[in-house]
Ligand binder design. Sequence first.
Ligand code: 5GP
Ligand code: MG
Length: 192
Amino acid sequence: MSPLPDYTVIMLGDIERVLISQYQIMGRIKEMAEQITREYASTNEITIVPILTGGMIFCADLIRQLPMKMKIGLMTVSSYPGASLATQGSQIIGKQLGDIRGRHILLVDDILDSGGTVRLVVPALKELGATTVKVCMLLRKDRPAAREVQCDYTGFEIPDEFVVGYGLDYNNYYRNLPDIVTLTSEAIEKMK
Ligand code: 5GP
Ligand code: MG
């Protein structure tokens, strides 16, 4: 077998701590998918809306465990632009939803932090005519603001720390790490 290319080794060296492993994520997604499948059993058809870019990997894994009829719509929201370590306020910067009038929407995102994204996107989807909008988050930070927002499905509660991996980025890097991790301060400096 050929040795790992340098960039992989460099990325792994940037990890401070693994908070949630890819195996834990997979196990939890299976449970969440079972709950979602049960709760939507009497709903004819749904539209899944991943919030890009962070929600795309979670969404890709989740929907392959959902055996129901679905369409997919896309929404891009920016809240931690560039090398931000805290929210700069959420902004919808793109959408490709099709006609969602009368449809049942399941919003899928990576992490619930200040709640700004959910407070922005849920009313926007209702405004466009969605009949119901439910929220599914892989992570929820342990902070009061995150607990105040209505979230129908939550994967894991995590400490109020900056995390990357499994879709979450720092300056648009690290989304491809398979686990949820914290970064070393050297990595945060170097990848600015
Ligand atoms: P909220 O709008 O709830 O404050 O935050 C949601 C968005 O902020 C998430 O979808 C994600 O893009 C970004 N975000 C919040 N916390 C973190 C974090 O710890 N790490 C990363 N990489 N992004 C985060
Ligand atoms: Mg996001």
